[in-house]
Design a protein around this ligand. Structure first.
Ligand SMILES: [Zn+2]
Length: 282
């Protein structure tokens, strides 16, 4: 699931690969991919890609005064290929064919078709609902006062930090790393934190995301693999020893994801209830 670091490296690599390339044609084989109809996709023919950047977890492909805002959801990937996709490739959701034979392709794995794109005026991207409702970017870091205001809410840190309207870019993988780094329980309330904990959390957000991006800069070549080489220390490693203290990492399982934590350092030794089971037993 691409989060801020994965989308950042994707945008950097795509920018390097396709900036200056000219679009030959664009089409969306996935009938539900495009969330806008005016201007139509074929307006892009003949245009030059001027930049690829990132907003929150969304890549943005700029073509002069038009821009494609892409939401990858959980299983979408945006990449450039040397050859065009077979029309039988059912993962293809959006194809931007370049006049040098390459193709910028949005693919989505699995059966759900949830990834989407919008073709907008470049100057209107920030006003689009998907962007305007985002909180400030999680990386680079916010001033302490602004961060403290965002966190001061009576909500579990695990859901608060993943809420894109609160702070943009963090998802289910990196939130575990950030909370482990800060030695805070995923189920502590944001409004319960003292000043020192808020300050630690802010630094951890910055450092964890920054280290991930630095790691990708070192290991990712010209294109980002579908499964990014995520340098995760605790997420989804339940049952393994905590890399800092050696205690066995525990997890809380939700319907479609998992929260991993170190009970010795994050929850005062308590093993948290399994939400999946407690829901069944209700
Ligand atoms: Zn530990």
């Amino acid at each position: 699931m691409p989060e801020l670091p994965e989308v950042e490296i994707t945008a950097r690599r795509l920018d390097r690969a396709v900036r200056g390339a000219t679009v030959e044609s664009a089409l969306a084989p996935g009938m539900v991919t495009m969330k806008t109809f005016d201007p139509p996709l074929d307006t892009l023919a003949g245009r030059e890609i001027t930049a690829v950047r990132r907003i929150g977890k969304m890549p943005v492909v700029e073509l002069g005064d038009l821009a494609l805002l892409v939401h990858l959801m959980s299983a979408g990937r945006l990449a450039v290929f040397d050859k065009r996709a077979s029309l039988r490739d059912r993962a293809s959701r959006l194809l931007v064919r370049l006049d040098d034979g390459r193709e910028l392709r949005l693919r989505e794995f699995g059966t759900q078709q949830r990834a989407w794109a919008k073709l907008l005026a470049t100057g209107a991207v920030e006003e689009d609902e998907a962007v305007a409702t985002l909180g400030p970017e999680a990386w680079p870091s916010l001033p302490l006062e602004a961060f403290a205001t965002l966190i001061d809410r009576p909500r579990h840190l695990h859901s608060l930090l993943r809420d894109q309207r609160t702070i943009a870019g963090i998802g289910r993988s990196w939130v575990d790393e950030i909370l482990w780094e800060t030695e805070l329980s995923p189920f502590r309330q944001g409004s319960d934190l003292d000043e020192a904990a808020v300050a630690r959390l802010r630094i951890a957000c910055e450092q964890v995301l920054d280290r991930a991006i630095t790691h990708y800069e070192e290991v990712v070549g010209d294109s980002v693999p579908d499964k990014a080489p995520m340098p995760l220390k605790v997420h989804a490693r339940q049952g393994e020893p905590c890399p800092r203290c050696g205690a066995t990492l525990e997890a809380v399982f939700f319907r479609d994801y998992v929260t991993t934590y170190c009970p010795a350092e994050q929850t005062g030794g308590r093993v948290l209830k399994d939400r999946r089971l407690s829901r069944l037993l209700k």
